[in-house]
Design a protein around this ligand. Structure first.
Ligand code: NDP
Ligand code: MG
Length: 381
């Protein structure tokens, strides 16, 4: 089990659930970071007494300083603060639970400082997965996926040493709140409908990604990078109940699946206790109560983002960071009621089609591709 943890994005959905697990495992917290939620960060600092607390902006950091004038905690802000939280010498595990590309540099820094990464921040692997995985190998840093599907695959592969024995990874997908609806029926979908996920309670950005199925597209790329597999070996099936968290099919046709209650705290805890398994505060799965389990193909007509992500995954290079950056920007616009549901796909596709493509980008070129993609979306507005 790890000994000292930093949580990047502690005020978010994954961040708060990580703190629940910290309560369970009683591991000291060295650093917490957040965007703008000063009030929640102040509460967390009072309870967990980290050495370092980081906010996204100087203003938020100053407000936190005021709120914590009686608490001995160092307060920092911005990228520099995030990098410090990711690399503190006494920390051996960094949970990356920030949302979006902002997680990339701190994840790389934590890898180079040889920390174990509990990786929730999938955008990092989508944008720069090849680079991140190469650095992890070079610095012998463990990356333990927190995303439920990838944790499931990780668990199915625990103790397996030959990659050649994997025929396929099969990611399960709940189908989101609009499963079964046609493209016509989805034209005028409201933000409130899109924010209502049937099985999981998550941050706003990933909840919209689940409604468009872009989340599953991001996860296909995440799986390719984590397990070094080509697109042809990563499939997606719709599984409405979110009980089977994903599967591996082996060369002999055997399939292994990981099942459990839909609760992120199990994969979060495993990232901290691996290779051990310890009791976890998750509701146990009652097989006799979960009814029948169903599997079917995704509808890529109604949910074109999944297919777009597969095209970008196949293309590689800057196609993935462009798609991701454009998606982050478009989802933010959708959450501000500035665009409609299918405009997300339209704008992401436009960015993918127009931003210049580079086959083997450096980190700087990835960051530039992200910037250009966001700009392309804003310009198209
Ligand atoms: P939330 O939106 O709930 O939380 C995001 C966290 O990041 C918050 O702490 C937020 O701070 C912080 N943050 C936001 N913007 C910035 C910024 N610019 N700089 C620094 N910090 C920032 O997201 P989730 O917890 O849902 O998701 C986090 C990551 O985990 C995502 O990459 C998501 O795809 C992935 N994931 C999430 C799952 C889930 O169940 N939620 C499941 C699988 C993966 P503040 O609160 O102050 O805004
Ligand atoms: Mg997932």
């Amino acid at each position: 089990m790890v000994k000292n943890v930093s949580i990047l994005g502690s005020t978010g959905s994954i961040g708060r659930q990580s703190l629940d697990i910290i309560d369970n495992l009683k591991i000291p917290v060295c650093a917490l970071t957040a965007g703008s939620n000063v009030e929640m960060m102040a509460q967390q600092c009072r309870k967990y007494r980290p050495q370092l607390a980081v906010m996204a902006t100087r203003e938020a950091a100053e407000a936190l300083q005021k709120a914590l004038s009686d608490v001995p905690v160092e307060i920092s802000w911005g990228e520099e603060g995030l990098l410090r939280a990711a690399t503190m010498p006494q920390v051996d595990c960094v949970i990356t639970a920030v949302v979006g590309m902002v997680g990339l540099k701190p994840t790389l820094a934590a890898i180079r400082a040889k920390k174990r990464i509990g990786l929730a921040n999938k955008e990092t692997l989508v944008c720069a997965g090849e680079l991140v995985m190469a650095e992890a190998k070079k610095y012998e840093a463990e990356i333990i996926p927190v995303d439920s599907e990838h944790s499931a695959i990780f668990q199915c592969l625990m103790g397996m040493h030959h990659k050649r024995e994997i025929k396929k990874i099969i990611l399960t997908c709940s189908g989101g709140p609009f499963f079964g609806k046609s493209r016509e029926e989805l034209q005028d979908i409201t933000k409130a409908d899109a924010l209502r996920h049937p099985n999981w309670k998550m941050g706003a950005k990933i909840t919209i990604d689940c409604a468009t199925l872009m989340n599953k597209g991001l996860e296909v790329i995440e799986a390719m990078r984590l397990y070094d597999l080509p697109l042809s070996q990563v499939d997606v099936v719709i599984h409405r109940q979110s009980i089977v968290h994903s599967l591996v099919e082996f060369t002999d046709g055997a399939m292994m699946a990981q099942m459990g209650s839909p609760d992120m705290r199990l994969p979060i805890q495993l990232a901290m206790t691996y290779p051990e398994r310890l009791p976890c505060p998750v509701e146990p799965l009652d097989l006799t109560a979960c009814g029948s389990l169903s599997f079917c193909k995704p509808d890529t007509q109604a949910f074109p983002c999944l297919e777009l992500a597969r095209v970008c995954a196949q293309k590689g290079g800057t196609a993935c960071p462009v798609m991701n950056g454009a998606n982050e920007e478009a989802v933010a616009l959708y959450l501000q009621d500035k665009i409609g549901f299918y405009d997300i796909y339209r704008l992401v596709k436009l960015a993918v089609d127009t931003v210049p493509f580079i086959q083997n980008p450096t980190l700087e070129e990835i960051l530039e591709a992200d910037r250009l993609a966001r700009q392309a979306v804003r310009n198209a507005m």
